[in-house]
Design a binder for this molecule. Structure first.
Ligand code: GLC
Length: 737
């Protein structure tokens, strides 16, 4: 055959081969072999590591990136990313890159034989973002993270984490948003819209009800459909309808006996068919057990992928156990998303994000989400000399450990932040802490994403306290670490303050108060601790959460009054752990292998406290300001809640107006009232009034209840409240539906 004819035929053949992004996905699927289809639904990442702790009697094949070596095995094109998709060059399908995480992109900051660094911005964790109650700020953070995802060559960010904070001991609460599904869902939607505005994807996780770390790969959670619908799924419903995340990550756990990733009712009947989800679903890393069941349930992609899964699926297709139509459906879901990715669009990333601009966004978000829990007037701190106590003041925790960790270039500790704000710190005390921390850290393994070693709190002598009391004020930092792979404990030094921390507070307060000087506590924690009695001992308590890399500067901005605190609690702080209903069923339900029963049903957080009349220490929605606000003229017009909010104090400030609704027809198993809308005012000058108008959410109807016949707007009179917290209901108005 003549060469020119041959070339023409080859060109014809090549030009006839459909290419992802140019040709309809159906055409591409039609060109794929079974082997290529199987490789498309399984990630390319293979690794060996010790399986995680599982409960007795659970068949678990999960491996973990439990060590740096395991992660380094990854063949990622972007070192440090969590996994890749399978490339099929002839069809124009590149190896898509997936990377964590919610507080910022996590990739390796350095590469072999490469002088460039690849640091990412460590933003505040999820719980601080939701504490802003400001979806605009959350969207801005999401957009900045998405910019780093794009510019560092990643296609899909494995975030946000948004499971309901059912219990304060959950190890990953810092990555999640709230005890309330409306706040969780609207915060997540803002985050997803922000990230995806860059043309990259997200993966809302972990769908669903991943509310503990203990035995997370196999735990069987017994949850009523009402609690699922109204609490554990509702936030995911909101984010799906409001932001269409490109992907969803199914959770490790079982729900009522079935693994989430093998659960057709959850993944197909509800997520896709009922809510109209259009992206694809991936497993959590090494999640669940039977790849065929996962395929059939509608879990499109198995990440990070193992050789066994590929073999099992090939055999299943060959034996007829897995229909190729199911495979085609899942491949189609994946390719429809991949067609949108920067990699398919040929985006030439240059590793050039503006980290300075993002640092400012991180700082601003951090100050907006910090919550002032107690203040007898000591803050803002006008004096200028400070004695800073507590390890965390000199070695602050910007974020938690696990996949949500961020390889940041630096962190601003509180001592540096206070100095930057013009405070002079007690030098001897600072030197003692810095030397102690350096010495103790030298004995510990180096920090990396999975493990952040912490140093025992330094002992402080009475002499040191006396000497430091020459300063005008004392600041005591109390911190907690937590992370993926383990839950916290009720023990002292975790949920409870340690004896050492209690003693430090007592002795510093005695000394400084004897000289008429204030004592301020700063909490650098990822989830509630027990603070009962603390406010009787100190003059102010500032909840800084895990505030990202600009932590010290953000805290100093609040302490100095540069920023007026406007954060509100997205989760309740109980007076006693055993006041929390889920404390009876957390981790494992007594006497049952690998089972936890959500016996509290809807009674989570403020839903319980307000209904049972049990007073929390600090309620959901609570947060103090350096100014005061007055509400007036509350009314509901059509489906819009309207109220005037006036700044009646002497400083500019922002107020978060919360709207709660008492629904009719409830019985004792239903909450007395629930959050149905919220809005954060702009910065109001003293004397300025804002006309707050918030339309009731339309993607879902927050007035509905889940009944035996599904969602229902029960006829009757609804009482609406305009409130400054779940325990501070100010004005009410009624409407009959
Ligand atoms: C982890 C986490 C998940 C993360 C994934 C990839 O086990 O559960 O949140 O995105 O694996 O690192």
């Amino acid at each position: 055959m003549k060469t020119d004819v041959l070339i023409a035929m080859i060109l014809m053949a090549v030009s006839c081969t459909p290419k992802l992004g140019d040709s309809p996905v159906e055409k591409i699927v039609g060109q794929m072999s079974v082997d290529e289809k199987v490789r498309t639904v399984v990630g390319t990442f293979t690794q060996t590591a010790t399986p995680p702790p599982v409960a007795p009697g659970v068949n678990n094949r999960a491996d973990y990136p439990g060590s740096k070596e395991a992660t380094a095995l990854s063949k990622n094109q972007v070192p440090g990313a969590a996994g890749d998709g399978f490339p099929i060059e002839r069809l124009g399908i590149p190896a898509i890159v997936y990377a964590d995480g919610p507080a910022g992109l996590r990739i390796d900051p350095r590469r072999e034989n490469d002088s460039t660094t690849y640091y990412c911005t460590a933003f505040p964790g999820g719980t601080l973002l939701s504490s802003t109650w400001d979806t605009e700020i959350v969207k801005e953070v999401g957009a900045a993270i998405g910019d780093e995802v794009l510019r560092y060559g990643v296609d899909v960010l494995l975030a946000p984490g948004m499971n309901i904070q059912r219990n304060p001991l959950t190890g990953r609460n810092f990555e999640y948003y709230s005890e309330d599904p409306l706040l969780s869902g609207l915060t997540a939607a803002a985050y997803v819209n922000g990230v995806q505005s860059n043309g990259v994807g997200t993966s809302v996780k972990h769908f669903a009800a991943n509310n503990q770390e203990l035995y997370r790969n196999g735990i069987n959670e017994i949850i009523s459909e009402r609690a699922l619908r109204e609490l554990y799924l509702r936030g995911f419903e909101l984010v799906t309808k409001l932001a269409q995340p490109w992907t969803v990550m199914s959770s490790y756990n079982k729900i009522n006996g079935t693994y989430a990733s093998e659960n057709k009712w959850l993944l197909t009947d509800i997520l896709r068919d009922e809510w109209g989800y259009q992206g694809f679903i991936m497993t959590d890393w090494f999640g669940a057990d039977d790849p065929v069941l996962q395929m059939e349930a509608g879990n499109d992609l198995l990440m990070p992928g193992t050789p066994n899964q590929i073999e099992e699926l090939k055999e299943a297709v060959a034996s007829g156990r897995l229909s190729e139509d199911v495979l085609d459906r899942n491949v189609k879901h994946i390719l429809e998303v991949l067609a949108k990715t920067p990699r398919v669009k040929g985006y030439a990333y240059k590793n050039d994000p503006d980290l300075f601009a993002h640092a400012i966004i991180s700082l601003n978000a951090a100050t907006e989400g910090m919550v002032l829990l107690h203040n007898n007037g000591a803050l803002p701190l006008e004096t200028k000399t400070v004695a800073l106590f507590g390890n965390y003041g000199y070695d602050i925790q910007p974020g938690g450990s696990g996949s949500g960790y961020v390889n940041r270039a630096y962190k601003i500790n509180l001592d540096k932040g206070l100095a930057g704000a013009g405070y002079t710190l007690d030098k001897d005390l600072a030197a003692a802490y810095k030397n102690y921390i350096a010495e103790e850290k030298a004995k510990l393994p180096e920090e990396y994403f999975w493990v952040i070693p912490t140093v025992e709190e330094m002992s402080v002598s009475n002499e040191m306290i006396r000497s430091a009391s020459s300063s005008d004020a004392a600041i005591i930092t109390i911190g907690r670490m937590s992370g993926e792979g383990g839950d916290r404990s009720e023990a002292k030094g975790d949920y409870l303050l340690s004896d050492q921390e209690q003693s430090l507070v007592k002795r510093v307060s005695k000394e400084f108060h004897s000289k008429g000087k204030p004592v301020i506590v700063v909490l650098n924690i990822g989830a509630p601790v027990e603070l009962t009695g603390l406010e009787n001992q100190v003059d102010a308590i500032l909840l800084a959460w895990l505030p990202g890399q600009e932590a010290g500067s953000a805290i100093a901005d609040i302490v100095s009054g540069t920023v007026n605190p406007s954060g509100k609690l997205p989760v309740s702080f109980a007076k006693n752990y055993h006041d929390i209903p889920s404390s009876k069923n957390f981790g494992l339900s007594s006497g049952e292998i690998n089972t936890v029963r959500y016996e509290e049903d809807l009674m989570v957080g403020y839903r319980y406290f307000t209904t049972a009349g049990v007073k929390p220490l600090y309620p959901f929605g609570f947060g103090l300001s350096y100014t005061t606000f007055e509400y007036s003229d509350f009314r509901i017009e059509d489906n819009t809640l309207c109220v005037k909010v006036k700044n009646t104090g002497l400083r500019p400030g922002r107020e978060v107006v919360q709207f709660y609704v008492e629904k009719p027809g409830g019985d004792s198993t239903r909450p007395k009232y629930e959050l149905c809308a919220f809005s954060k005012t702009k910065l109001l000058s003293p004397g300025e009034t804002a006309d707050v108008m918030v339309k009731l959410e339309t993607a879902i109807n927050p007035l509905e209840q889940w009944t035996d016949s599904g969602w229902s707007l029960v006829p009757g009179t609804y009482r609406f409240w305009a409130a400054a917290s779940s325990e501070n209901l100010i004005l009410n108005t009624n409407k009959t539906y």
